[in-house]
Write a protein that binds this ligand. Sequence first.
Ligand code: ADP
Ligand code: MG
Length: 240
Amino acid sequence: MPDESPPVSGDAEHWRTQYNEIAASAGRLAHEVRNPLGTIGLNLELLEEELRDTDTARDRRMHKKVQTLQRECQHLNLIVENFLQFVRTGTADRLPVVLNDLVGEFIEVFRPVAAAQHVELVPHLAAQLAPVLLDGRMFRQVLFNLCQNALHAMPDGGQLELFTYERDGEVVLEIIDTGKGMDERTQSRMFDPFFTTKDGGTGLGLATVQRIVMAHEGRIECESALNRGTRFRIRLPVAS
Ligand code: ADP
Ligand code: MG
């Protein structure tokens, strides 16, 4: 019987092209959605202001509805922004960086955010670290996404430790929180795009982190215990 299916390598090539086109279109779609969404948000804000101090029952009902629309619009915005970050992780623009410098800068910015939630940031940065090849902008995103999740996991406050050290030709970053931890189902799905256990979550934070780490030829692992806390460990190859 003649085999009419294309050779396997051609088939894979075909699907890769298809996949890349769809990925590019998805990014474009998110980008196109962004502007009209901004206009909608702005007009809702004006409407909300107009209805804020009204006293008829009808206007109060309208005010409530406008506020609901505003919340939904903010959530859509967050999805679009997070999705754009997610699709922009393909190619990293890497330069030799000492990880401590980047982590140090991040801590300065994030410390007040954490303090506002009664979370103490505790850095343990190695005295000496070999440089790694990093895209600074992307890596700040990694730090932000992981630390923001940690804050979400500690609504009543806690401790957030950041370690850096060198081991076996790799620079290691650990982020450890004393938050609520994850059950097994969450642990097995946390890196899936759009998987979230939060009201108003997008489920794109860890998927983005994982893609960025992969774009840096690094590895990420997680250990978590319910009601005890969570540790993320990222290993990056030392720049040769
Ligand atoms: P989102 O934050 O929008 O929910 P993420 O991809 O950042 O999406 O995280 C996916 C899920 O992983 C979260 O909804 C949460 O259940 C879990 N998670 C991530 N980080 C932590 C953490 N530090 N502690 C507990 N759970 C976490
Ligand atoms: Mg998140």
